[in-house]
Design a protein around this ligand. Sequence first.
Ligand code: SF4
Ligand code: SF4
Ligand code: SF4
Length: 267
Amino acid sequence: MEWTEEAEAAIRKVPFFVRAKVRARVEAEAAAAGHHQVTLQEVEDSRRRFVSGMSREVKGYQVDGCFAAGGCPNRIGDGSRLLARIEAVLQEADLLSFLKSTVDGPLKFHHEFRVSLAECPNSCSQVQIKDIGILAASTPRITDIPCSGCGACVEACPDDAIRLDDSPSPRIDSSLCMRCGRCIAACPTGTLAQGETGYRIQLGGKLGRHPRLARELPGIYSEDQIIEIVRTCLALYKEKSRGGRRFADVLDDATFEGLARRFAPAT
Ligand code: SF4
Ligand code: SF4
Ligand code: SF4
């Protein structure tokens, strides 16, 4: 649908991570009203409807993926199936009924439980400030194939995690490596190959008056393990949260350490 310059300028003020969603909403509402062009009036009407109808629109959870996933060259695999499975788990948890029974007054969007998945460590979907943030991971493995010393992996690594030095094969500092897999794609010889793949998971991030970054469980997990962790976190949240307290507020150190032990990678 065509947008006027003023309408485009207004939508550009919306934070980038929700802009695509807001744009789609404005267009759907404009189309439903029989308009073929989005003007500033449509944007403002949409915003007014959104604010006045907020409590009716709350569904208990929000789940987001990469806004550019399908077309993004950085993505590691396809997280859409996992995202759909997570949404099914969130629906099954009936968080809307839970919030209605534990929060006094009208529900607001900030009460909703938020899960986000990023298909690479760039984290465009802001996993660090969500109740549960999931990141696709691709770990490099050093094979026996001789290294040519070309340096392509060093150049490809945004995190300065690879050293060539004088050694016959590259050395990877796992404390710096973000598991993005770029070095694997860059290596022309096969010295670097695909190692462990799956997902990292971070818990208990939030914004608001007392913002907090999510903390990461120590492992790379399969889809089934991620689903199990999400279920466990939802059960904990429903057991401990009252009055709209966020997961970050109920995830104290002892609870987090318990989860880290329970889901520690097998050695
Ligand atoms: S998180 Fe990575 S894959 Fe997703 S949109 Fe951003 S850069 Fe692309
Ligand atoms: S996976 Fe990414 S962060 Fe890790 S060494 Fe390779 S390029 Fe660097
Ligand atoms: S890209 Fe591959 S061949 Fe080139 S330096 Fe790195 S490991 Fe060696």
